[in-house]
Ligand binder design. Structure first.
Ligand code: ADP
Ligand code: MG
Length: 301
């Protein structure tokens, strides 16, 4: 488990990026921090791997304050995937994935074998191993970024708006990959997004943030969708969805214990499963998807 305890970050220029932020992030689940640009998401995420140190308060991983860990050592147990993949342009895909494991003393042959396995995991064809980043599509580059994040087999994977620069169809695929990877590998994933759809799709826990890292609401997607805590959350849910603002119709026909989710035009777009259940959105539109989330996992929370 990752725990933020009354964390504040004021940058040297006086910007109060995060004020008195506390949150528990359960192990082996996906927690999504979602909020507008400037709400402090990146700052919060970077405090986990000490790319940013808090001004006050602490961040603990399994009860140990990260401030007591040596940053480089700490980061070797924490994968980090960023928006613009951050790949080394003059290194091949394979070398990009093996860079950090090689630094930690893994043999070249072992690192290579593992990198090829990871390419399978993230859905990259092995024949791309010798290409350079510029020879890949944006979506492929992000897959390499994810493979690199997983290369040291970290318990924790930090993903900072990793898919916001790829086109929507590729983004859908990558989101599904994340769900699959989390299901197969059971990592603790902290995912930052400004896209509420993405947050609801991926998150076991969704944390809605306002400026200053202020938590407006947190909960499962179902909890937030069925009961938005404030106008801000309600408008946030609506804003990103444009015309198809979602709500649970009070007049929704009951389907067993399930309730039907309807858009602004009254069209059913999904079903909210019975208590404790997860959100299942089946888009009426052409890009159909279903979010039947994982079964409960016994995290060591
Ligand atoms: P988000 O990721 O949600 O967009 P950030 O954590 O990047 O938010 O930024 C939160 C606030 O802190 C913003 O006002 C931003 O301008 C400011 N900020 C971020 N990094 C720095 C920095 N290195 N120095 C000064 N201000 C910063
Ligand atoms: Mg950011």
């Amino acid at each position: 488990m990752i725990e933020f305890r009354s964390v504040t970050k004021t940058y040297p220029d006086g910007t109060h990026a995060v004020q008195d932020f506390s949150l528990q992030i359960p192990a082996r689940q996906i927690t999504v921090l979602v909020g507008s640009s400037g709400s402090g998401k990146t700052t919060l995420m970077r405090m986990i791997n000490r790319m940013v140190d808090p001004t006050s308060g602490s961040v603990e991983i399994d009860g140990v304050d990260v401030a007591t860990s040596e940053p480089v050592q700490l980061r070797r147990g924490i994968g980090y995937v960023m928006q613009n993949s951050g790949l080394l342009p003059h290194r091949t895909v394979l070398d990009n994935i093996t860079t950090v494991p090689r630094l930690t003393g893994v043999s070249k042959a072992d690192a290579r074998r593992r990198a090829l396995d990871l390419m399978d995991v993230v859905g990259l064809e092995r024949r791309l191993a010798d290409r350079y980043p510029a020879q890949l599509s944006g979506g492929q580059q992000q897959r390499v970024g994810v493979a690199r994040g997983l290369a040291v087999d970290p318990n924790i994977l930090l993903m900072d708006e990793p898919f916001s620069a790829v086109d929507p169809i590729v983004r859908d695929e990558l989101q599904q990959e994340v769900l699959r990877i989390q299901k197969d590998l059971a990592k603790t994933i902290v995912f930052v997004s400004h896209d509420i759809d993405e947050a609801f799709l991926l998150g076991d826990q969704v944390v809605v943030l306002e400026r200053g890292g202020h938590i407006v609401q947190k909960g499962t997607p179902t909890e937030i969708l069925t009961n938005p805590a404030t106008e801000f959350v309600a408008s946030f849910i609506g804003a990103d969805r444009g015309k198809r603002r979602l709500s649970v119709s009070p007049a929704a026909p009951e389907q067993g214990d399930d309730r039907v989710l309807v858009d602004a035009g009254g069209y059913p777009v999904g079903v909210i499963a019975a208590p404790g259940g997860r959100l299942a959105v089946s888009d009426a539109g052409p890009k159909s998807r279903s979010v039947s989330n994982k079964t409960d996992q016994a995290g060591d929370a």
